[in-house]
Structure formats: C-alpha cells, structure tokens
Design a protein around this ligand. Structure first.
Ligand SMILES: [Zn+2]
Length: 197
C-alpha cells in the first residue's frame, strides 16, 4: 500500500471510531447471536471494541519490532480462544465488558506513547486482554457445532485486523502518524468506557 493510502486509512479508522463511539452505544454491545462462520467473521469488524483493540495490537507489534512483531498477533487469537473456552456456559460480569474497553484504551495508549515494553510484559498484557475478548463470547455461544464455526470466523477476522495494524505500521514508518492513530484509538476507548459505565 502507498503511504497516502495508509494515512487515509488510519485517519478514516480514527474518525469512524470516534463518531461511532459518540453516536452509538451498540458499538460495544455483545448481543446474543447465533453461531456460524459468517457471523463470527463479521463480529470483530462490527464491534468497535474488538476492532480497535485488534488493530492496536498490530500497530503496537510493529512498533516493538521483532520478536514481538510476530509474537503478539499470535498470542492474542490463541488466548482469545482460551478465554472463549473458559467462558463457555459462564456469566458475563459487568467488569469483563469494562475490561475489554480498558484494553482499547491501554493498547491505544501504548501505541500513542510508543511504549517499548519487553516481550514478556507485552505478551502477558495482550494475553490478559485477549482472554476477556474471548470470554465475553464463550459465555453467550450455544454449545453446539456452530460455536466452533463462529470461533473460526472470529479468529480469522482477528488475524486480518492484526495484519492491517501490522502492515500499516510497517509501511508508513511515520511515528507521528502512528502516535495519532494510537491516540485516536485510546480516546475512542475512553468514550466507549464512559458510555458503558
Ligand atoms: Zn463482541
């Protein structure tokens, strides 16, 4: 991708994020939905909380460089799947949804501030947030085969969002743009958190 295109993409994500956060409380809601590959794949793209956190993981990974660059985008989906398994049949407590919004703020801030965390710290942080992102869906899914399809679609979408963030970070190589994108993500997370509270 050409740099102007990436700049436009990042700006569009930021604007879409903030405006959606401001006008829609459904952006972070996790309504009951049936299983299935398509709905699983669609959800991270339609749920602003997942979308922004997942893009932020990719952006942050690109800032941290190797080996975090390849580790974080693997840790997140893996731990998210574990979280979904833990959540099956469970109850979504209010703090779990709040924790997901905190993940948007923290990951966005990490990008904005270019936090150079050691690999272990970054991985543990991302893993903890990923468990929440998975748990919230494990709890609501039906315990039949469609749950597996939903999970596969969900993980595939997550990997794409990580890749978008990672690619945007690698291609732009513009720290200011990255900081702005991170700041926009963190700000959106904060708005969602306030709306949620
Ligand atoms: Zn969700």
């Amino acid at each position: 991708m050409r740099r102007p295109l990436v700049s436009t993409l990042l700006a569009a994500i930021a604007i879409a994020g903030i405006s959606t956060a401001a006008f829609s409380t459904a952006a972070w809601a996790h309504p009951g939905h049936g299983g299935g590959l398509t709905s699983g794949f669609a959800h991270p793209f339609t749920g602003l909380d997942h979308l922004l956190a997942m893009i932020a993981v990719g952006l942050w990974a690109s800032q941290l460089g190797r080996p975090a660059m390849w580790t974080l985008p693997v840790v997140f989906p893996a731990m998210m799947a574990l979280g979904a398994a833990l959540g099956t049949g469970g109850v979504v407590l209010p703090w779990i949804e709040a924790g997901i919004l905190v993940s948007v703020v923290v990951l966005g801030a990490a990008v904005a501030l270019q936090v150079q965390a050691p690999l272990a710290i970054g991985a543990v942080l991302v893993a903890a947030f990923a468990v929440l992102h998975g748990y919230v869906h494990g709890a609501e899914l039906p315990s039949d085969g469609s749950a597996w399809l939903y999970g596969i679609g969900f993980v595939a979408a997550t990997l794409i969002l990580h890749a978008i963030g990672l690619a945007a970070g690698i291609v732009t190589q513009r720290p200011l743009l990255m900081r702005t994108a991170g700041g926009a993500i963190a700000a959106t997370g904060l708005v969602l958190f306030v709306l949620h509270a």
